[in-house]
Design a protein around this ligand. Sequence first.
Ligand code: WT7
Length: 652
Amino acid sequence: MDKRPSISNMLKEERRFAPPADLAAHANVTAAAYEEAAADRPGFWAAQAKRLTWATEPTETLDWSNPPFAKWFADGKLNVAYNCVDRHVENGLGDRVAIHFEGEPGDTRTITYAELQSEVCKAANALTALGVRSGDRVAIYLPMIPEAVIAMLACARLGAPHSVVFGGFSADALATRIHDADARVVITADGGYRRGKPSALKPAVDEALTRPGTEDVRSVLVVRRTGQQDIGWTDGRDVWWHEFVDRQSDRHTPEAFDAEHPLFILYTSGTTGKPKGILHTTGGYLTQVSYTHHAVFDLKPETDVYWCTADVGWVTGHSYITYGPLSNGATEVLYEGTPDSPHQGRWWEIVQKYGVTILYTAPTAIRACMKWGDDIPAKFDLSSLRVLGSVGEPINPEAWMWYRKHIGADAAPIVDTWWQTETGAMMLSPLPGVTDTKPGSAQLPLPGIAATVVDDDANEVPDGSGGYLVLTEPWPAMLRTIWGDDQRYLDTYWSRFAGKYFAGDGAKKDEDGDIWLLGRVDDVMLVSGHNISTTEVESALVAHPKVAEAAVVGATDPQTTQAICAFVILRGGAAEDEGLVDELRTHVGRQLGPIAKPKRILPVAELPKTRSGKIMRRLLRDVAENRDLGDVTTLTDSSVMDLIQAKLPSAA
Ligand code: WT7
């Protein structure tokens, strides 16, 4: 293999923010956790497993005798739904609100833990009546409504692994996932609300179930959410949730399952090949999501109101809407819609209304809010917020600063959490009562997690250098395999560096040894012999007052191998004049050095994003190299690409 230079470390960031003193004084987790975990990693996780209520306490912690196939707490038995619901009711917390649901049209529902228990029991009884048994797979294709969480918990209660498919995915994507997991039941809704309008879901299920490979689906359970759609109905297969679930008994005795019993399969889109069914199991997964939700958000379940804005169709929703918060007895907000419907202050209105104290969202949303303007959040009382989280992409330092200043009143710590569908739970993050935070850095592995940055030869890089992020020890919430494809599991994650999990992300260590994520390694640009991270150039652009968002790609160039090509969205009001491009080039040169100056800069109105909000640089590379666009099916809005191409007058 060609020896490539390691990824450059160009961005210098000097700002530091100490934890607020009162938060630090009462923090759930202190610096001692790092020492405890370092002294005895399995022992640390065995102690965290006691957060859960086990039907049979595990005596074994980690079985790593057949790496990389891990078993955690293998002789323990537990029921996940019991841990997320029933035990809180038994502990006298039945009247505590579990979910404040806010529908996009403004309808609301308040669900206490006692109510959640009866809903989950009824749904579990309904699934049993539909023939679902432990081990059967159930596909869930729902909008962000309480039934999504209830359905997941009902499956978990029965030991029936769920496969949640994001409601924005097409009939094709749904069919592929139903087929791969061989699902027997699909849980869906007539539709949901999106930007003020009902948007149908059931027709996609009907269409998916005409595709080969989906014949084993015998029942479709349909939630009536909008009641406004004329939907097709297949007698004998389709049943209404409000008829069928509501007439079931609200009592159900949970069965305990092995800690390694499958909990769910979640498909990652990936950029190439067929989607990978990431398999997560029970005891280790729940231990780590529960611990990290408690530690990273400093959750005080008696007083906090927690809100994660993700969709349950993504792993963030699985781990930090359903399993983490509910296992901890949290009170949380569940919101159905988009941040700008019916107005661009909708999120802040929700924070004010429910007194949200912990907010967990994504950089893409923060940058959108930056673009809409500071005056919008300023209209609302956000003083309840005390911890802010970020996940999904590297957060540019200026977006981080904006989040802190305009949402967190210049006081709430920001926890930038790095993890993946595959890791199941957070892996790198500051701790809000411990870490002096740095804008744009996920900083360090959580207690009990071992991660580092290595070069091409798997040697750890010195402080101040770039390379690849790897995980060097197994962790409780790790994926167990790719559903039905152990070989692909080995090839994808464990073959690049012997004995280490390779996440696919570039990263660097700064002079203090803190870790900064630099974007996917597939996106790294090779310019005149330097490997330059997309993240660093984008962050430099976003640090310019006129830029709200930026995406950079390396386009083939005869002189420099690749040339940096930047697509920028300007902040509200900034003019797109002749001088702007020069001004931005000079600015990047000053921030990072002349080598990082983009050769071309193109102001655009929107950037191509996946449905989970990540920038699709691959398509921008196609544009920059004047190629026909590759697969655009995972784009949120494919017309974005037409607009961008129309701005490109001539070939590079
Ligand atoms: C990829 C995983 C983890 C839940 C949502 C995404 C990127 C995620 C960060 C972060 C920099 C991040 C990585 C990672 N990513 N969080 N805090 N800083 N990059 O899950 O869809 O499986 O994507 O998202 O590239 O590998 P996912």
